[in-house]
Structure formats: C-alpha cells, structure tokens
Design a protein around this ligand. Sequence first.
Ligand code: SF4
Ligand code: SF4
Length: 127
Amino acid sequence: MTKHKAYLVANPLTPGQAVVIDPAICGGCNSCVEVCRTDVLLPNPEKGQPPIVLYPDECWFCASCVEHCTTGAIRMVHPLNQRIGWKRKATGEYFRVGMKNPPPPNNRPPVGGWGSKRARTDGEECG
Ligand code: SF4
Ligand code: SF4
C-alpha cells in the first residue's frame, strides 16, 4: 500500500485577523480548537502553547471560541466593513459598532464583546 503525506498549509495572508489569542493569558489547553466549527484554529504541536490561527478568512465570527475560553485570552477582530457606522444628524458625529464607549442607544457590544474578557475589564479598546 502506498503511503501519502498530507500537509496543512495556511491560506494566503489577508488583512482580516478574525481572532487574536493573547499568549500571555492563554493557558494552552487548546480546547477552543474543538469549539470552532470551521477549523479556523489548529492545535499547537507544542504542548501548552496557544492554538494556531491558520485560516482566519474562514471565520464566521460566531464568537464561540471567545465564549468558551475561561481565561479570556481570545478576542474578536471584526473586519472594518462589519463594524456598521452611523451618523448623528443633529451634530454630524460619526460612530461605528465596536468603538470604545459608543453613545446610547447603540451601545450594545458586538458579537464577541469589545475585546478579550481581560481587556474588557481593563478598559482596553477592541482592535
Ligand atoms: S485561548 Fe483559551 S481555550 Fe484556547 S487554548 Fe488558550 S486558554 Fe485554552
Ligand atoms: S469566532 Fe467562531 S468561527 Fe471564528 S475562530 Fe472562533 S469559533 Fe471559529
């Protein structure tokens, strides 16, 4: 029987990041890999290291990985064209979903929150 080798090759680089994992917070359990339904994340072959974000352009932005991670190491990076903007007629001010401290009534966080759970408590802005 002929043996064949299979390789996983990353998609060509795109501006989209989809999700970012903070290696300083990540415990390296790699369990978020099992949660992702589109296999954006791959387990790191090095034990205890964060998963590899190999196919960010296939992310659905479902935030399942963000909600799953108990350490809060994952944050979503929504593409600019998904951060819907709106303009306040009275003042001409322009706002965008995902911005820090948006004014009411549109102050609900985007799917996946404003950033990682830790960043949210630190008040850091979503990337
Ligand atoms: S990001 Fe969270 S769930 Fe994923 S490997 Fe790191 S600690 Fe585990
Ligand atoms: S947001 Fe959803 S599709 Fe994207 S990496 Fe996380 S689990 Fe996978």
